[in-house]
Design a protein around this ligand. Structure first.
Ligand SMILES: Cc1cc2nc3c(=O)[nH]c(=O)nc-3n(C[C@H](O)[C@H](O)[C@H](O)COP(=O)(O)OP(=O)(O)OC[C@H]3O[C@@H](n4cnc5c(N)ncnc54)[C@H](O)[C@@H]3O)c2cc1C
Length: 445
């Protein structure tokens, strides 16, 4: 079997490694336009900030690929011929495959703002963006970031790390309003304030203004305010990269349409990761998942099917994490910004605003826990997932909270405070915190 994988991101590489494990004899070729070797996209910001070098964000040494007989082709696949099972590459060659995985990731979206093509205006997705940002923010004094999500916060932190004033425009009334409840958003805001990031809520980009040399000199908001700046970061979302799929008869919608085995509409062609759109996502799951860990899961899952062990993709309990300056964020399960009437939530916040925990549970008895938001605390993923899967009542979770503690040095003081707060908010429950000893093993076994 010759497996060709287009894209050496986390999805393509996870698939390649799993296939190598399952089928030591398989021929595997990874084609990728962006970089000769796989790197961790999520760590791009740390290279800009000087915490890591580019070589540090490559999880595997360059000899690893040869050693594992993984062929690497550094080129763009420009056309796909599914009748002849062949890819055309921009280096003038073609590549025949028996099985093909499209793991082409996402592309940053832009909304047609006047001036968006001026020099000094960009998004952040890959290595060329990192290079452009390093070049175009050199010696500038102010950058404007458009977008109130994770990448917007990253861009602001990146500018701040180089002493550049950052102004962030956010259309909604609070930070990451589609994901965070107001209390959590306020804690992130406190981080912005502490780091002198100016965030303007309910503010939309109208146009980007250039100078005589075609470089950005300011942005104008839809309210007419002009904000002088020398660089603009557009962090307004990503969309599946369909360029290659659209050269063939592969069915697409917003993403490349796949069934639960990650098969596309064309035999022997699969799609996974950011570029894939699930035709029938399971209850509570989204059709397009644009996350690092789901890319890895999808890559590993499709590898089994490619190796003759048909395996449906099941994401399991939702998980995500991020860091806003010094504030770590984790979320598990169902954790909506605005819960419906069927859900209740308990919220605790450290008096100094350094940490917070929200536990979502069903309003109806036995008040089964469905999700968590943690800020400034580290929870154990396996324990939170076990509670959600087992539909543990909220009082049980509170009593066993120590088992989820991943930060033993600091967390114990919070457990007492959290349980006390819960007992004040829900006096009918009267939870008593149990000793941590032995709980963890029992919950995760
Ligand atoms: C700055 C940033 C920070 C992020 N932080 C987080 C985070 O903290 N947590 C999290 O869960 N997720 C995060 N994400 C999202 C996460 O990185 C993506 O979900 C994940 O990388 C997607 O992996 P993928 O392998 O599906 O696609 P990609 O990583 O996009 O890889 C696809 C590769 O395919 C290549 N390619 C595409 N078309 C072709 C072609 N025709 N020929 C050859 N090569 C091609 C592309 O150049 C690209 O290198 C972040 C994303 C960004 C941009």
């Amino acid at each position: 079997m010759h497996l060709v994988i287009v894209g050496n991101g986390i999805t393509g590489v996870s698939c390649a490694l799993a296939v190598r494990r399952l089928r030591p004899d398989a021929r595997i070729t990874l084609v990728s336009a962006e970089s000769a070797h796989h790197y961790s996209r999520t760590a791009l910001m740390y290279v800009y900030m000087g915490h890591l070098r580019l070589s540090d964000i490559k999880p595997y040494e360059d000899w690893f690929w040869d050693e594992n007989r993984l062929g690497l082709v550094h080129a763009t696949a420009t056309a796909l011929n599914t009748r002849e099972n062949r890819l055309t590459l921009d280096n003038g060659t073609t590549l025949a495959y028996d099985q093909l995985l499209l793991a082409t990731g996402s592309q940053s979206t832009r909304y047609g703002w006047p001036g968006q093509h001026l020099a000094g205006v960009q998004s952040l997705y890959g290595l060329p963006d990192l290079a452009a940002m390093a070049r175009d923010t050199h010696a500038i004094t102010r950058g404007v970031v458009v977008g109130g999500g994770l990448i917007g916060a990253e861009l602001a932190e990146m500018l701040h790390s180089r002493g550049i004033e950052a102004v962030v425009l956010v259309r909604d009334a609070r930070y990451w309003a589609s994901v965070l409840p107001p209390e959590e958003a306020n804690l992130v805001d406190a981080q912005f304030e502490a780091n002198q990031i100016q965030v303007r809520y309910r503010t939309e980009l109208g146009e980007i203004l250039g100078d005589a040399q075609g470089r950005v000199r300011a942005v104008r908001t839809t309210a007419g305010e002009e904000i002088p700046c020398q660089w603009v970061g557009l962090a307004t979302g990503v969309a599946p990269n369909l360029a290659l799929a659209n050269t063939a008869d592969v069915e697409t919608d917003r993403g490349i349409l796949v069934d639960e085995y990650l098969r596309t509409s064309v035999p022997n062609v699969y799609a996974a990761g950011d570029c894939a759109q699930h035709r029938r996502p399971a209850a509570g799951e989204v059709a397009i998942e644009q996350l690092w860990y789901t890319g890895r899961m999808q890559g590993e899952t499709v590898a089994h099917t490619l190796c003759g062990q048909p395996t449906p993709y099941r994401r399991g309990v939702w998980f995500n994490s991020a860091k806003f300056f010094n504030l770590e964020y984790q979320t598990y399960g169902q954790a909506p910004a605005q819960p419906g009437a069927e859900l209740s939530s308990f919220y605790w916040e450290h008096p100094a605003g350094r940490a917070a925990l929200r536990i979502y549970f069903r309003a109806a008895s036995p008040q089964a826990v469905v999700g968590f938001n943690a800020l400034g605390l580290r929870l154990r993923q396996a324990v939170c997932e076990a509670w959600i899967r087992q539909r543990a009542p909220v009082a049980t979770v509170l009593a066993q909270l120590g088992a989820a503690n991943f930060d033993p040095e600091f967390f114990p003081q919070h457990e007492q405070a959290i349980v006390a707060a819960f007992n004040r908010q829900f006096p009918e429950q009267r939870v008593v915190l149990r000793q941590r000893k032995g709980l963890l093993a029992r919950l995760t076994s």
